[in-house]
Ligand binder design. Sequence first.
Ligand SMILES: [Zn+2]
Length: 155
Amino acid sequence: MEPITDLATCLLCGAGASPALNLPRFAGAACQGCAQRVGHLLVQDPTSLTDIWPLLADDVDDEPEPSVQRADGKTVELRQVIAEMKRELSVEDRMKLAEMYGEIGLIREQLEECGRVLVAAPAAGLAQRALDVLFSEELCSPRGIEELRGRMFPA
Ligand SMILES: [Zn+2]
């Protein structure tokens, strides 16, 4: 989707958003700075955002993490190996990974991956793709923007 206009106002910080990232469901836009702040929130403390994205509460670590053995014989958690592999990915590939997580129903992973994409402050096109997922009707609470605004810019 194309940015609506270069003169849109960010729904989160209230400043001019240029380039503007679309939040069509909330009839407005966000600036890139706020998109990155949303990413940081998602990466740092996802479980505090369940009133905005209810599916972040999905199966939070109730199963033991599987372990794998490395070539050097060391046993490590699978999650650690995956984190190391992901570090090699480009931001675009991480966005593709987020979209794939969605297709296979791993929504919590999808939301967190979108957060990591935003933290990397990608070009507007990629940030837009992450926001399209995060602020979709399926995943984001109807009050999501208000809740986020209150958290990012406490009155
Ligand atoms: Zn903003």
